[in-house]
Design a protein around this ligand. Sequence first.
Ligand code: PEP
Ligand code: MN
Length: 337
Amino acid sequence: MIIVMNPKCSEREVKAVENELTKQGLGVNLSQGSTFCIIGVVGETRIIDPDKILSFDGVDKILKVEEPFKKANRLFKPEDTIVNVDGTLVGGNHLGIMAGPCSVESEEQIIEIAKSIKESGANFLRGGAFKPRTSPYSFQGLELEGLKLLKVAKKETGLPIVTEIMSTKYIDEFVNNVDVIQVGARNMQNFDLLKELGKTNKPILLKRGLSATIEEWLMSAEYIMAGGNENIILCERGIRTYETYTRNTLDLSAIPVIKKLSHLPVIVDPSHATGYWYLVEPLAKAAIAAGADGLMIEVHNNPQCALSDGQQSLKPALFDKVMKKVKVLAEIEGKTL
Ligand code: PEP
Ligand code: MN
């Protein structure tokens, strides 16, 4: 439920409505701009007597929210959320370009890649330390050693780091050492993990599940937000369809749909979406043209020898070329890096 206040209402009038709602055990989410003042109500809203609320001074009208996601809903917060990662912004007109290897493999590897992607204009370094692999016999990541190496690369380049968490067991480790905590496609509905991340105030990169609907994806964001953490960046990374030629099918329409339904920023990962390096450039360009707030792209200095996902990784020179085009498209979209 949404209570639309008169844009000219006083602080005292807003407080009076908020007090009434909290007295009834409901959660309130105030969103105020120069032309609007909205009180989003979360909880068992059926107990609310609309006539009573309408009798409060300053209340214009009451709207029912049909969607099950509330805090993630654009109706609750009409303005774009801009996630601030220690001064690097994602959302609004700020693009977040996250690049780096699928897996952190060595100090030399991660530093060399971090330097080159920074040179090309990326503003985040990605790299997996804990890897969700289909086979238990495949490389599982350097784990805590990988986190250390990411920190070394951050020290060298100043780039904030994005890396995937797989278990609640390492929450403290991630909160203390990582700038953006990634929840991978396979864990999008790991509700225990989402609840724990909701208790932190770290920016979260929430990838879309392998076969998740947009609503399920936004409900996962809602889990994190319900705990109090509203710093979420969504990431479309392709979904399973009957097409097997590409690794997944990139759902580009999800970008404008998310923009309509939610205020959260949404970026696109054309690497995992397609599975082939030569498809990354066209889909990265398409993503920016479709209104994405950024990209996540796998880049490796020696893809032939990569311990994971070499076939979909760009060499630094190609990433540089892609970035030059992305910057032109970003300008058309009124976005900056
Ligand atoms: C990744 O980004 O390294 C990754 C494993 O992605 P996804 O969860 O989208 O498969
Ligand atoms: Mn990968």
